[in-house]
Design a protein around this ligand. Structure first.
Ligand code: NAD
Length: 460
């Protein structure tokens, strides 16, 4: 798309919004149905593109990209009429018989920018929330997952009118052009560096933003757990999509006396899931591109490898790798975002919690323990976007839980009803009575304050 065409598409959506305000229920449902059908019609192409971009196993793509979105559409369609209703709230007696409501209202035109690791889901999940709330949407898929970006562009162009949903492909230049335009809301998923650029651009027009960012998600493992199950669940959460998951367990803190047993079991499950040579496994993905591949290789120092560490440049393959880490290490500086799992010994609960809180607030946290007291003390001291207890990744699968970060891992949360709320302005409506009129409201004020104070105390 030419840069001028980007401006025109954004302008068109804005004009249509100003002319017609929000999109009515019937049209929203029609758009959602169309999204649903266009995904079904193009499923094969989407799966192929994900395979080309990330070597994603079909099963992983079906679960985490396609089914994830389709389930959310089904649930939104079922509940939308109810969610759209204005909600009556209490009105203080002093205003009797006035009534008060909250009316969810579309923002207008929304820009959604997504990254490459779940390139389909991370664009379509916010899209359906934004449509459900009655907005028009401009989509900007990641240029890094170029095959998926192309399929998405095709789906959107063939099925939707620009005034409702449009897709702008491209990189920094195109995104900057988009950001120079005025939107009513910006929803960005990606790294914190670009997150800051988005916020700066949005500030010019006081455009609200949601930032879905990343972070180093810790995993606590205590000796009272069933270590076999723990290892199984850590391996599945860490190496899904070859570790390129924003909420993947970034590193493990294990009780000192259970360190060896856990590492042994992690190795067993890597073998069980991906075989002795994961390069040959159909169930193991690839690194997105050579720069991320090079970045990850630098994090593996041979003397610290406990398992794995194998790689192939041509295949952009890094085997599931476990590394031992003590204290500070290059692995512990930034989010790993790849198939490398540092395991650290924790000598006691307090120092383990301190180790985590010395770092930025993570997007996710995992606690493996059957002791409520232990779990509660971690939950109380460590702030994180979301938490799963005794498993990994699972909190993202429950659409009733808002999904998002806190602090350095982001702001704002979505999925299911939370998406509808996120993409709606909660408009307050006070419907005053014309039947009764309290004289104390009006000037001259002399002598009225005591009466108003008394009325507010008993009827306010
Ligand atoms: P990316 O490089 O694909 O960038 C994301 C988007 O930002 C792309 O659409 C890209 O075109 C745009 N972009 C890049 N540079 C820009 C610039 N200078 N100005 C304007 N736009 C620009 O993806 P990424 O950032 O490498 O994604 C990985 C990060 O995203 C990780 O930190 C990961 O944890 C995080 N992430 C978070 C979530 C979540 O839901 N919280 C999900 C997935 C990934």
């Amino acid at each position: 798309m030419k840069l001028e065409d980007i401006d025109n598409a954004v302008l068109l959506q804005r004009q249509k919004y100003l002319e017609n305000s929000y999109i009515e229920l019937d049209k929203r449902l029609e758009l959602l149905k169309k999204v649903q059908e266009s995904i079904e019609d193009n499923e094969k192409e989407i799966l192929e593109a994900l395979k080309l971009d990330l070597g994603k196993p079909t099963y992983e793509s079906q679960l985490s990209e396609i089914l994830f979105v389709q389930n959310e559409i089904r649930s939104i369609k079922k509940n939308l009429k109810k969610w759209m209703r204005k909600k009556k709230v209490k009105t203080p007696l002093i205003h009797f018989p006035a009534k008060s409501y909250i009316q969810p209202e579309a923002y207008g035109s929304i820009l959604i920018i997504s990254p490459w690791n779940y390139p389909f889901q991370l664009l379509f999940s916010p899209l359906i929330g934004a449509i459900a709330a009655g907005n028009r949407v401009v989509l900007k898929p990641s240029e890094i997952s170029s095959n998926t970006s192309r399929v998405i562009k095709k789906i959107i162009t063939e099925n939707f009118e620009t005034e409702f949903i449009t897709c702008v492909e491209g990189g920094v230049e195109e995104t900057t052009r988009l950001l120079n335009n005025r939107f009513d809301y910006i929803f960005y998923t990606g790294n914190g560096h670009v997150g800051r650029i988005i916020m700066e651009k949005a500030a010019k027009n006081l455009t609200p933003v949601t930032l879905e960012l990343g972070g180093k998600s810790p995993t606590f493992v205590f000796g009272d757990s069933n270590l076999d199950l723990v290892a199984k669940r850590i391996v599945s959460g860490k190496f899904f999509n070859a570790g390129q998951t924003c909420i993947a367990p970034d590193y493990v803190l294990v009780q000192e006396n259970k360190y060896e047993e856990l590492v042994d079991k992690l190795k067993i499950y890597i073998d069980k899931f991906y075989g002795k040579d994961p390069l040959k496994s159909k169930d193991y993905g690839r690194i997105i591109n050579s720069s991320h591949f090079e970045r990850l290789l630098k994090l593996i120092s041979e003397d610290k490898v406990l398992y794995g560490g194998k790689h192939s440049v041509e295949e952009k393959y890094i085997s599931p790798t476990i590394v031992s880490v003590e204290g500070e290490d290059t692995c512990m500086e930034e989010e790993i975002f790849g198939p490398i799992l540092p395991v650290l010994k924790m000598t006691n609960l307090k120092s383990a919690i301190d180790y985590v809180t010395e770092r930025e607030k993570p997007l996710a946290m995992y606690i493996f323990s059957n002791e409520k007291k232990v779990r509660d003390s971690i939950l109380k001291r460590v702030s994180a976007g979301g938490v799963t207890i005794n498993d990994t990744l699972m909190h993202i699968t429950n659409e009733h839980l808002p999904f998002g970060g806190v602090g350095e891992s982001g702001m704002g949360a979505y999925h299911g009803r939370n998406s509808f709320d996120l993409f709606s302005h909660q408009k307050s409506i006070f419907n005053a009575s014309t039947a009764l009129d309290l004289p104390a409201k009006y000037p001259p004020y002399f002598g009225k304050f005591r009466l108003v104070k008394w009325l507010l105390r008993f009827f306010g």
